[in-house]
Design a protein around this ligand. Structure first.
Ligand code: IFM
Length: 448
């Protein structure tokens, strides 16, 4: 049969939900970055020093994306892509390179940076500490030293009055748990060591640092802007459903990784900041937050081997949901395959929409990251950006996934045309309810 003769197919409308998967009014759509990863030449930080002494040249941050100079250009891109928010961090080691000496030129620099965001009408979420320390703080023992809490608070008290007019939401700390994990358990980051005592001290000092800064931000700025932490949250699963040991491991990992920091700082959050990336399967004797044999499985993974598991974000959102609003302060994928990034974005956001429908108060989503950037000990190879960086000349190139994200932002929801890209679940209940009513009407008509 030729195409002309083809009988047009009936597509019963009620079997598909063609509506846009809507997000709440005022939802924040943006991306996240951190100073050390994008600025370049952070020469007073402990990471910079460690890179020179412990890392081969290609794994050093160097000029990075040179956002220190190119910030206007990058923010313009974010604006053009229709983002309405941006998360970034300031670099303590630039502002206080020597103990007690604050560099006013650097403070002025950050004012300009933040103003550049406000000029573009972007909501600003600012992180005060994203893993790097001034070298002098690290030399005194870093977070293991109780005095670092005081140093950090002094820095915050100095900088916040200067910049608060440009900031809408504060994040005190980024992923304290990951910092501890990489330094004391994996031991692949600066100042790594095996020390249970050191690990506990550092963790508890981070807890008090958050609490003190939270208190300061509220007591000194009564009309206060919301304050939170960006916590790394993982979804966990057992490998063998019957294994009680694995089930216990899931419960313990969930407790330590996802709940402990929030629990120890309860009462000091105006929102929960969730950085969600991937799922972990715990197996046999490999029970401490380790990915298990993923490459031998059929799951799609990122270039870093992180399992793409959209349902995981739904699970953690519903699990952590309480009275506080939630911002997804980071979520992203390292991939040179941009189609994979598209699938990731659409499918993870679909699950966020599902969580909102289930009653979770999610207020914003910050994709990690606006640009490809320096991925810590892994250097520049992992490509997380919506915008690609050509590191030979630092030119920025918009990836197609950036436009998919823009499409979602413009609709404040996921249009059906994008959902089709990954296939999607029909919202069965609504469709059935509607159909039921229609059937009832038809029956009524016939009976007349
Ligand atoms: O690049 C990091 C970021 O600094 C903190 N969260 C996870 C990202 C990807 O690994």
């Amino acid at each position: 049969m030729s195409q002309d003769e083809a009988v047009p197919q009936e597509h019963p409308k009620e079997h598909h939900d063609h509506a846009i998967l809507k997000f709440p009014e005022g939802f924040l759509w943006g991306t996240a970055t951190s100073a050390h990863q994008v600025e370049g030449n952070n020469i007073h930080s402990d990471w910079w020093e460690w890179e020179q002494t412990h890392q081969p040249p290609h794994l050093r941050s160097g000029k990075s994306c040179d956002q220190y100079h190119l910030y206007e250009q990058d923010f313009e891109l974010a604006k053009e892509l229709n983002h309405n928010a941006h998360r970034l961090s300031i670099e303590w080691s630039r502002i206080e390179p020597i103990e007690g000496q604050f560099d006013t030129a650097e403070i002025e620099h950050y004012k300009k940076v933040l103003k550049a965001l406000k000029d573009r009408k972007l909501t600003v979420m600012l992180t005060l500490w994203h893993w790097t320390l001034p070298k002098w703080v690290a030399d005194k023992g870093g977070w293991e030293n109780g005095a670092t809490v005081k140093y950090f608070e002094r820095f915050v008290r100095r900088i916040v009055p200067e910049i608060s007019e440009f900031v809408d939401l504060w994040v005190t700390l980024n992923e304290p748990g990951v910092y501890i994990y990489e330094t004391y358990i994996e031991r692949i980051w600066p100042h790594s060591k095996k020390s249970w005592v050191g690990q506990v001290k550092a963790y508890l000092n981070l807890v008090s640092a958050h609490k003190r800064v939270y208190k300061y931000l509220h007591s000194s700025f009564p009309a206060g802007k919301p304050v939170g932490v960006a916590n790394n949250i993982l979804s966990f699963e057992v490998y063998h459903k019957h294994s009680i040991v694995e089930q216990m491991a899931v419960a313990l990992n969930d407790l330590f990784v996802n709940h402990l920091f929030y629990f120890l700082t309860r009462g000091s959050h105006d929102f929960l900041g969730i950085n969600y990336y991937f799922n972990i399967r715990l197996k046999g004797n490999n029970l401490i937050s380790q990915n298990v044999g993923l490459t031998q499985q059929t799951h799609e993974v990122s270039d870093l081997g992180w399992e793409i598991h959209p349902e995981g974000i739904f699970e953690v959102l519903t699990d952590l949901s309480d009275d506080l609003p939630i911002y997804i302060t980071e979520c992203g994928i390292a991939s040179t395959n941009d189609d994979r990034r598209n699938r990731f974005l659409i499918s993870y956001l679909q699950e966020v929409a599902r969580a909102i429908k289930a009653g979770v108060n999610v207020r914003g989503f910050f994709y990690w990251s606006l640009l490809d950037n320096f991925e810590w000990h892994l250097g520049f190879e992992p490509r997380f950006g919506l915008v690609e960086i050509d590191y030979t000349n630092l030119e920025r190139h918009i990836r197609p996934s950036a436009l998919v994200y823009t499409d979602i932002i413009q609709h404040n929801g996921i249009p059906h045309s994008l959902l089709r890209f990954i296939g999607h679940t029909v919202q069965a209940e609504e469709v059935l309810e509607k159909r039921q009513k229609e059937i009832e009407k038809e029956i009524e008509k016939k009976n007349k």
